[in-house]
Write a protein that binds this ligand. Structure first.
Ligand code: ATP
Ligand code: MG
Length: 231
């Protein structure tokens, strides 16, 4: 397995957010982590990155135990998070924002990223703060890819975007899947998640409550509806 999350507990002060979360991701697999608001999805991603360290349990990535590794050392292992806050550098140009992520040897050179994100090419000289929400999301995904991730963690990439930009993000994620990038995707857009993911891990109240393939999720919608707000 590329990533194994084994019975992790994570706290915010005295309040326990994750209660024995376990799941794994194989190489070249796309896993969608789904669940209601407050279920513990972002906390799980942040725990994997060492940003919310685990109090118990273990996380193995690419053959190493990273449960007690500092976030900057975890990032060096080519485990990359694109956070829900996006964190664009508003005063830096788009090119600078992307190249800040670049690590020598990454297959995602600026040239390759411009093929993947044609919308960004004409924006390279603009400041990060001048972009729309959707353009910023593209930019921070490009920055994450520039690191040359072995596993990319994406936290709600379609959140708050106009429908046309949701489509654009969805197209990029499909291309990354075709390129066999391993991805852990947190996503509220169920249609997009089921289209891209191989497998779904459902969380509720900081626990994994179900795991199934995307095909099973499509065939058995009740399994999704049980744990997601249905609009
Ligand atoms: N900084 C924090 N301090 C205290 N509690 C927090 C903090 N961040 C999250 N929590 C709590 O931890 C639990 C899990 O939150 P988390 O952000 O992981 O949920 P989520 O599944 O990502 O939700 P959303 O869909 O709203 O992004 C929630 O009960 C939340 O209130
Ligand atoms: Mg979240």
């Amino acid at each position: 397995m590329l990533l194994t999350v084994d019975s992790i507990n994570t706290f915010y002060g005295p309040s326990q957010a994750l209660h024995g979360v376990s799941f794994d991701i194989a190489e070249r697999e796309v896993v969608a982590l789904l669940g209601r608001n407050g279920a513990g999805k972002s906390t799980t991603l942040r725990s994997i990155m060492g940003l919310n360290p685990v109090a118990a349990g273990a996380i193995h990535f690419d053959g190493r135990d990273i449960s007690k590794t500092a976030p900057h050392d975890i990032a060096r292992l080519h485990l990359t998070l694109v956070p829900e806050t996006r964190d664009p550098f508003v005063l830096l140009t788009v090119r600078e924002n992307i190249m800040l992520g670049y690590r020598p040897g990454s297959p995602y050179t600026l040239e390759r990223l411009m093929h993947l994100f044609p919308l960004l090419e004409e924006l390279l000289k603009k400041k990060g703060g001048e972009l729309s929400g959707g353009q910023q999301q593209m930019m921070v995904i490009a920055r994450g890819l520039a690191t040359g991730p072995k596993l990319l963690l994406l936290d709600e990439p379609s959140q708050g975007l106009a429908p046309i930009m949701v489509k654009a993000v969805s197209r990029v994620l499909n291309e990354l899947k075709q390129e066999e990038l391993s991805i852990l995707l947190v996503e509220q857009n169920l249609q997009m998640a089921l289209e891209i993911a191989d497998r779904v891990v459902m969380v509720e109240n900081g626990m994994v409550v179900d795991t199934f393939t995307a095909a099973e999720g499509v065939a058995q919608p009740a399994r999704l509806e049980k744990y997601l707000a249905v609009h």
